[in-house]
Write a protein of this length. Structure first.
Length: 187
């Protein structure tokens, strides 16, 4: 009788461990899927940036420094390691801020604001920014769920045994990138 009780306890513990392990694997895969979604949207944005910069260049010749900054940040974003969430989020945050400033200076060029090519690029960029925001939310939610499981008892025991670790959130660390660009209209 003792052996049956002992075997039942061992079986219950094994089932519990398998269940927690499978939950950790599921959450890790959801977080990786979320990062993949962010990566796709960031690549879409990076592909739009050169077209936007070239369109603005024709009108805003004295905004050269900002245009060069946007181009440089875009190149840094494309060269950043794909798996390094912290580095990538920092660069992408700076690029978002620079793009916001770029779109704000457009207010000084009424003929550019009326250009159909620019309007189409601006609309595409706004769509991609929205998609990035949604992908970021999904990734951060999946990462939160994984991190809670990795840190919570008793799942942290299984996580430690099998090498599961916390994932970083994709967040904007640059305070300037969080601020909305200042737009002023001539009176």
């Amino acid at each position: 009788m003792t052996w049956i009780v002992l075997a039942a306890i061992v079986a219950a513990l094994a089932a519990w461990g398998v269940s927690i392990y499978n939950g950790l694997v599921k959450r890790r895969n959801l977080a990786e899927e979320g990062w993949s979604g962010i990566d796709v949207q960031l690549k879409r944005r990076a592909d739009l940036v050169p077209n936007l910069v070239e369109t603005v260049k024709g009108y805003a010749t004295h905004e050269r420094e900002l245009l060069e900054n946007v181009t440089e940040l875009r190149n840094q974003a494309r060269a950043a390691p794909a798996g390094d969430v912290a580095a990538r989020s920092q660069i992408e945050g700076m690029l978002s801020g620079a793009l916001g400033r770029l779109l704000a200076i457009v207010e000084n060029y009424p003929e550019l604001k009326a250009n159909q090519n620019f309007l189409a690029l601006q609309e595409s960029l706004q769509g991609v920014e929205h998609d990035i925001q949604m992908a970021r939310r999904y990734y951060n939610g999946a990462t939160r769920d994984l991190n809670v499981m990795v840190e919570s008892f008793p799942s942290n025991l299984v996580a430690g045994w099998f090498g599961f670790g916390k994932k970083p959130f994709f967040e904007i660390e640059d305070a300037a990138a969080r601020e909305a660009p200042k737009v002023s209209f001539p009176q």
